[in-house]
Every structure is written in C-alpha cells, then in structure tokens.
Design a protein around this ligand. Structure first.
Ligand SMILES: Cc1cc2nc3c(=O)[nH]c(=O)nc-3n(C[C@H](O)[C@H](O)[C@H](O)COP(=O)(O)OP(=O)(O)OC[C@H]3O[C@@H](n4cnc5c(N)ncnc54)[C@H](O)[C@@H]3O)c2cc1C
Length: 298
C-alpha cells in the first residue's frame, strides 16, 4: 500500500550542507533561471540574434566566419560555441559521434494535492523500478515536477513494472499527460587549436548523462570559468588552459552519471544487492561520497 512503500534510504541533504558549510540546496524553475541569466546578459550590453540558426563555422586564421542557415555570413574575431547537444555539427574541430541507446525521458508537472502520495515540500523523491526511475520534486509554488527516465518506451516499461508499482501510483502515472523526448548519448572530441580564440562550453563540449543531474551545472561552471578567464584579459593559450583544466572534473562527473544510470536501472538480481546496500548504509555517508562535487569552488 502507499503507506507501506518500501523506503531504501534517506539522504539528509540539509545535514550534509550544514556539516560542510555549503550553499543551501534549492530547485529553480527553468523559466526563472533563464530570466535571471538573460537579464544579466542584456544588462552587460550583449546583443542576442534570435532566429539565426548557424549552419557552419569556419576558422580562416585571421578571422572566424559564421555562416547562417539563411545564408547570411558574419565574421568575428573570437567565438564561444555553445550549441548544446546538437545533432548537426557546425565546426569541424568538434566531432560528435552518437551512441545508440533506447532511453526515453518523460516529464509532467502536477499540483501537490494531485499526487496519490503524501510528500514533504522539502524533499526530493527517487523511485527505482525495472528499467526505469522516477524523480519527484517540488519546483515552483504548489507544483511538483515528475521526471521519469525509462529504458524503452513508457508502455513497455509500465507493463513490466505493473506488479511492482502500487495501484494508486500506477493509475496516476498512466493518467499523466507526459512530454517525452529521447535521450541522446554521444562521444564528443574537442580538437580545438590552443592558439585560436574559439572555445566550446556546456553540452557542445561534453556529453553528460542526466543521471547525476549535472549537465546544466557543468555548462554554468564552464561559462563562469571562460567568462572569468577572458575577462582577466588572459592570452588565448591561458584561456584554453583554464578550460582544459576542467576536463578532470567533467570526466569524473561523466563517469559518475554513467555509473548512476547502471545503478538506477540495475537488472533484478543486481538491484537486490543495490537495495540491501542502500538500506544498510548511512545516508549521510552516501552524500559524503559526493563532497568532491558539491564542495567545489569554480
Ligand atoms: C532529462 C534531462 C534532465 C536533466 N536534468 C538536469 C538537472 O537536473 N540538472 C542539470 O544540471 N542538468 C540537467 N540536464 C542537462 C541540461 O539540460 C543540459 O546539460 C544543459 O541544458 C546544457 O546547456 P547548454 O547551454 O550547453 O546547451 P542547451 O541548453 O542545449 O542550449 C543550446 C542552445 O543552442 C541553440 N542551438 C543549437 N544549435 C544551434 C545552431 N546551429 N545555431 C544557433 N543556435 C543553436 C539551441 O537552440 C539551444 O538554445 C538534464 C538533461 C536531460 C535531457
């Protein structure tokens, strides 16, 4: 029954934050974050060209040529490539090879009272199932965000999990109006010329699986590092050096997200050990394993 859901563990985030003197954890609506960042960009005098999709970027040595899809051409001296996890490459020094997978993401937002489960407003819930996991978290006023990542399509996965999921929750999940999209994995190789002021940040520079929820965070850290280094009037080589120095941290994030995907979606036999381990280990010590991630100054 809903009252007797099997709880594997609780991760005491606030205790972890206080113990390590970290910034408070909070979730922000994407729209609010976007508005905040945009107002900073506009107040810095940056001009944004909307509706101008870039087809190709060419480095001609002295200048950089940007060719738009509508065939207009612009030249610039410096360039930051931040086109995300885009399937169409725009610069020949960034290669991106897709890695096939059958993961899907589903998202839905509901009011707290619609959930057939009593939850606390300050808690993030993670449910682990067969080839699926669900994250439920309060994100804006009385709204909850529900994100479900499934290996395979929702109908197949729900069918497989029918017996494992409590009836009320099962019907609730089935009744949702899900927005869905495929998860693309890729291997990105940067072959940037350290003597040229062309930089890459965020998903354009590295592909991070969403299972550690760090893609946007790493994109923000990249942007901060790059902005700081350029702002200090460093040489092009030093700016590249600062960006290359981030590789160790990003690679660790990539490894941990990949591991989380395996743990969250573990097949039946392995999931028994996973559940046993989670039940027996102290939540705070689990969080301590992530100190390298959160107790970090960019
Ligand atoms: C299901 C899921 C859950 C996630 N959850 C989290 C989370 O909880 N926490 C977290 O930190 N991260 C999370 N992420 C990852 C996060 O969304 C990305 O890592 C982040 O958005 C990357 O930012 P970016 O600026 O590099 O790229 P994007 O946000 O993809 O921005 C790229 C921009 O470039 C534009 N663009 C692309 N091609 C062109 C072109 N040719 N010309 C002009 N413009 C172009 C696009 O329109 C887009 O606006 C999640 C991702 C997924 C899929």
């Amino acid at each position: 029954s809903i009252e007797k859901l099997k709880k594997l563990t609780t991760l005491p985030v606030n205790e972890f934050i206080n113990k390590n003197n970290l910034t408070n954890y909070y979730t922000a609506s994407r729209d609010i974050l976007h508005k905040e960042l945009l107002s900073d960009v506009i107040s810095s005098g940056t001009k944004i060209n909307y509706d101008s999709k870039i087809k190709k970027v060419e480095d001609l040595g002295g200048k950089i040529k940007i060719i738009n899809e509508n065939k207009t051409i612009r030249n610039c001296e410096k360039l930051i490539i931040a086109n995300g996890n885009s399937s169409s490459p725009i610069f020949d020094r960034i290669s991106c090879s897709p890695i096939a997978n059958d993961f899907m993401t589903y998202r839905s937002a509901v009011k707290v009272q619609e959930l057939p489960l009593k939850i606390s407003a300050d808690t993030i819930y993670l449910f682990l199932g067969k080839g699926m996991h669900i994250v439920i978290y309060p994100f804006f006023e009385d709204l909850l965000n529900i994100v479900m990542i499934t290996k395979n399509n929702i109908d197949v996965v729900m069918q497989k999990n029918k017996r494992n999921i409590e009836k009320g929750i099962y019907s609730f999940l089935r009744a949702q109006d899900w927005h869905s999209w495929s998860l693309y994995d890729s291997k990105i190789t940067l072959n940037l010329d350290n003597s040229r002021p062309i930089y890459a940040i965020g998903d354009a520079a590295h592909s991070i699986k969403p299972h550690l929820a760090q893609g946007a965070s790493m994109a923000l850290e990249d942007a901060f590092t790059l902005g700081k280094s350029i702002g200090e009037n460093n040489t092009t080589e030093s700016v590249h050096y600062a960006m290359n120095a981030r590789k160790k941290r990003i690679d660790k994030v990539i490894r941990n997200s990949t591991l989380n995907r395996k743990i969250f979606h573990a097949p039946s036999i392995i999931s028994v050990f996973r559940d046993f381990f989670l039940e027996k280990t102290n939540g705070l010590s689990q969080l301590d394993n992530l100190k390298w991630l959160y107790d970090y100054e960019v």
